[in-house]
Design a protein around this ligand. Structure first.
Ligand code: P6P
Length: 335
């Protein structure tokens, strides 16, 4: 493989190598890559493109939709509906599933996405991103139903994100490690910059929204208090804290240098297991983290083992450097 193959060439060569990427999945991933490129160009226009600010509507989550949330969602739908590789899509921005119209050939894959994660950062020029997850449509029945999406994260066949920051970088796993591709705007394509990413098992950097401290459950409070106690405390070392309020940016940092990210259950909305969505945020990010040697749990079990029961189901998320995630998880079982 040439030193820095394009995303397309990388996928073709991976397809040839071990068949892990069947032709239809390769086509799907190429289309997702092109859609992310288009979203990147829209994001990068900022004020110049009349894409900033609120769209004056709310999504199914009750969150204010930004203009770019809607643009990104439309780009992903339009790019993927006609190619013949998909049966249906699900998005954070849409209440129900989007079944590929009969006028197009029906494919064997299901695509889920958060079209623009971290969109509260758009108007202040802080990194945001697109998160995507791919499942195979269960066989044996005609049509597509919500329940077809309710597969454990361990069943994903591809997962990744595209971060729109100082660089536009697409990060992907198909189950054989994690690879990163940066958009070369002169060439107009994503180019391989890193593969076989590994996360250090230990870290001195934690990411959590500290303003919610008074609402946390005891195990999270214990873990963060011990980090804050520093070298004089039970951990015997000082910690640093980061919180970008953009999961894609926080996860990207962890893939690049280690760390632990937590968005746990808290008592502000006790009936919700957490803020982040299982199908198109936690599952793809958890698979990427595990493929890079990290761990991801909800405090009690491996996130990828959770059986979904709702399209927009939420989950508590603790992911990153394995030894830190194991420690937080052990505190939840009273160790
Ligand atoms: P908070 C963005 O809205 C998001 O879904 C994630 O990207 C991010 O990690 C989290 O919410 C930030 O939440 O409560 O700190 O604004």
């Amino acid at each position: 493989m040439s030193k820095r193959p394009s995303f397309t060439r990388y996928l073709v060569e991976q397809q040839r190598v071990d068949g892990r990427i069947p032709p239809q999945l390769r086509l799907l991933l190429e289309v997702v890559g092109r859609a992310c490129k288009r979203i990147s160009f829209a994001v990068n226009k900022g004020e110049l493109g009349d894409v900033m600010g609120s769209a004056g509507s709310e999504n199914v989550q009750g969150e204010v939709q930004k203009k770019l949330d809607i643009i990104a969602n439309e780009v992903l739908i339009e790019a993927n509906e006609w190619g013949g590789h998909l049966a249906a899509m699900a998005s954070e921005e849409m209440e129900g599933i989007y079944v590929v119209p009969n006028r197009y050939p029906q494919g064997e894959y299901l695509l889920m996405f958060d079209p623009l994660d971290g969109s509260s950062n758009i108007d202040v020029n802080v990194s945001i991103g697109t998160i995507f997850s791919v499942l195979k449509k269960p066989e044996g029945h005609p049509g597509v139903h919500d329940e077809d999406f309710f597969q454990r994260g361990a069943e994903q066949v591809a997962a990744g994100y595209c971060i729109y920051g100082p660089q536009t970088t697409l990060v992907l796993t198909v189950g054989d490690g994690v690879a990163m591709f940066t958009l070369d705007r002169e060439q107009g394509s994503f180019v391989l910059v890193r593969e076989n990413i590994r996360i250090p098992e230990d870290t001195k950097e934690f990411a959590i929204n500290m303003s919610n401290m008074r609402h946390w459950d005891a195990p999270i409070k214990r873990y963060v208090d011990e980090c804050l106690a520093g070298e004089d405390g039970p951990r015997g070392k000082n910690f640093n804290m980061r919180w970008i309020a953009s999961m894609v940016a926080d996860v990207h940092r962890i893939l690049m240098r280690g760390g632990i990210f937590m968005y746990p259950w808290d008592q502000r909305e006790p009936n919700k297991p957490g803020k982040l969505r299982l199908l198109y945020e936690a599952n793809p990010m958890s698979w990427l983290i595990e493929q890079a040697g990290g761990a991801a749990t909800n405090g009690k079990q491996r996130i990828l083992d959770i059986k979904p029961t709702q399209l927009h189901e939420r989950v508590s998320v603790i992911l990153g450097s394995k030894n830190e995630v194991d420690r937080v998880t052990s505190y939840h079982s009273g160790i």
